[in-house]
Ligand binder design. Structure first.
Ligand code: ZN
Length: 133
């Protein structure tokens, strides 16, 4: 188990291209023995943002502090402390600080990458397992 104050978890720069003034703390992750989920805390400076990107896994967010907006392909969606956000797989997104103070939020992700959708085999005999026709 782990019980620790978040300030004891290292604060690291988000180095991904497109990030500006964004830092991350991996609060609970694989390094702690967590098999399924990682809980991260992001800290974004005024004027900063995370990269505008998408991926095959979801985000579950809880806004802790500051003012911000979720940038989407359908415009910016403002958020405030206490708001929760669900970003489904493949949706383009970025979190930006729209206020004049630090913006912090939690972001929970699955640790294992989801299994890619397998293409159906169009030839049932290709693998030699079909027993009907
Ligand atoms: Zn993301």
């Amino acid at each position: 188990m782990k019980l620790e104050h978040y300030t004891n978890v290292p604060l690291e720069d988000v180095v991904m291209e497109g990030a500006k003034g964004a830092k991350i703390r991996w609060l609970i992750a694989r390094k702690d023995g967590a098999p399924n989920f990682a809980t991260r805390m992001f800290e974004v400076d005024p004027g900063g943002h995370t990269p505008f990107h998408s991926h095959s896994w979801e985000h579950q967010n809880y806004i802790l502090e500051g003012e911000g907006a979720l940038v989407t392909e359908n415009g910016d969606k403002p958020f405030k402390p206490g708001d929760v956000i669900f970003v489904p797989p493949l949706m383009k997104h970025s979190y930006k600080n729209t206020g004049d103070s630090l913006m912090r939020f939690l972001c929970i992700i699955p640790i294992e990458q989801p299994t890619p959708v397998k293409k159906k085999n169009v030839n049932p005999f290709a693998k030699g397992v079909a027993n009907n026709c």
